[in-house]
Design a binder for this molecule. Structure first.
Ligand code: UDX
Length: 436
């Protein structure tokens, strides 16, 4: 099949590379000339585990092409919309200007029957609008608009592309459904593909992300309870997760969720429901609680060094989670900003395996950036773990303890070995367990 994908971000690019590797002819389109030039020359513009090799393969065998020209949708069987839908700066609702602009621009170039599949996360009714825009800009266009929400996680994009839990297709015409079935034909019967109405598909994406965000907020509130009551959140999550109705995923207590999706989608869901006169009280509490949590976490790190005049704080992790260079709505960035707001006299040195450069664009010279995790420990009064990179677990803490001014670790991701660190003489605190 010939597939055109508009938008080469964290959804469009891995999807394009994935479909090309399955033998489809893919053209990825993006307005950003610099990005396209880099990609054409074989340089990936984002970090995703395992993506580089597959990218070079499909680039070299010609299955993947890259361009800035929307005309490239010509002859496509399917055009996938994968542009951003960031929160509108004033209202907080999903900003649909990039979706609508793409629909307007692509319309005149459609040839033959084409399915327009929307992978961007959009409010209910957006598919209807896209349909109207295309019809208005090309009276002869033969097309259907389908909602094809994307559930892949950053850092696991390729894994999730090749092993999706489900493919949700919001379509109202059998002809369009057939095109989507062909798109995923090589997955054979290995995937759960469901066909639902377009508004249902649009809602499924928001409902799923908001539910996962609530699950994280729930376990974080339980962690607060454990800290007071004497229970241990890791044990509680283990016991809860063995109930198949609850499931053991997304029960890791931490500093709150971040990223480009959960904060944006919970807010958009809440505002969308408000328009229909429905109050999403659980989601609203989740949004507020998640914001408050970052402030509490900043206070927690600062209170561990409250008796020190100009404390030196080391930070392990800047990305919003492990496996990515993305710092959008990263809890680490927010916690650092809060600490700097609370106490002007602190000195912060941070390290991330992939996100130092992106963090610099936000925090600039307010903090120092280390070139290795070890450097974060130099003369530090406390080191805080803010992102769950598994590599942090295997650092040589015995050696590192000698570099610190005070042997103190605040682990907001519960990834380090508590017994080992305490045996090495560290003062160690984590999330969700009673501090004696
Ligand atoms: C999310 C959805 O998982 C994905 O299906 C959707 O397509 C896009 O949004 P992503 O933003 O890549 O994916 O990250 P995810 O792995 O879901 O993590 C989001 C945030 O929650 C991160 O900050 C992460 O650290 C945090 N998290 C996740 C927890 O704090 N605890 C958990 O148990 C799981």
């Amino acid at each position: 099949m010939k597939i055109a994908i508009i938008g080469t971000g964290y959804v469009g690019l891995p999807s394009g590379i994935g479909f090309a590797s399955l033998g489809h002819n893919v053209v990825c389109i993006d307005k950003d000339e610099n990005k396209i030039k880099n990609l054409q020359e074989g340089r990936l513009t984002l970090y995703e585990d395992g993506l580089q090799d597959l990218f070079l393969k499909v680039l070299q065998n010609g299955r993947l092409k890259l361009t800035t020209s929307t005309q490239a949708v010509k002859d496509a069987d399917i055009v996938i919309l994968a542009v951003g839908t960031p929160p509108h700066p004033e209202t907080g609702e999903a900003d649909l200007r990039y979706i609508y602009a793409a629909a307007e621009e692509l319309a005149p170039h459609l040839t033959g029957y084409t399915v327009i599949a929307d992978k961007s996360t959009v409010p209910v009714g957006t598919g209807d609008m896209v349909e109207k825009i295309i019809a208005k800009n090309n009276k002869n266009a033969d097309f259907d608009v389908v909602s094809l929400p994307e559930f892949l996680r950053e850092g696991f994009a390729l894994h999730d592309f090749f092993h999706p839990d489900r493919v949700v297709v919001g379509a109202n015409k059998p002809r369009a459904c057939e095109v989507i079935k062909n798109l995923y034909a090589s997955f054979e019967d290995k995937i759960n593909m469901i066909f639902v109405s377009r508004p249902s598909a649009e809602t499924i994406k928001y409902a799923s992300n908001a539910f996962l965000a609530m699950k994280i907020h729930y376990i974080n509130e339980m962690a607060d309870f454990c800290e007071k009551s004497g229970a241990n959140i890791n044990e509680v999550a283990l016991g809860m997760g063995l109930d198949s109705r609850i499931g053991n995923k997304f029960l890791n207590a931490g500093p709150g969720y971040g990223g480009s999706c959960f904060p944006k989608d919970t807010l958009a869901m809440s505002l969308m429901a408000e328009k229909y006169g429905v109050e999403m009280s659980l989601i609203n509490r989740t949004i507020a609680g998640n914001k408050e949590r970052k402030i509490k976490m900043a206070e927690r790190i600062l209170s561990s060094v409250q008796n020190i005049k100009n404390p030196k704080i080391g930070v392990l992790g800047l990305a919003f989670k492990n496996g990515t260079d993305d710092v959008r709505e990263s809890p680490a960035i927010e916690i650092i900003s809060q600490m700097l707001k609370f106490n002007k006299n602190i000195n912060i040195t941070a390290f991330d395996y992939q996100a130092n450069e992106n963090a610099k664009k936000i925090l600039d010279n307010q903090i120092n950036y280390a070139s290795s995790p070890e450097n974060v420990f130099d003369n530090a009064d406390v080191v805080a773990v803010l992102t769950e990179w598994k590599e942090f677990k295997t650092l040589d803490f015995e050696k590192l303890s000698a570099k610190m001014h005070t042997k103190r670790i605040v682990d907001l991701r519960n990834i380090l070995d508590e017994d080992k660190l305490k045996n090495l003489g560290f003062e160690y605190s984590k999330i969700g367990s009673f501090q004696k």
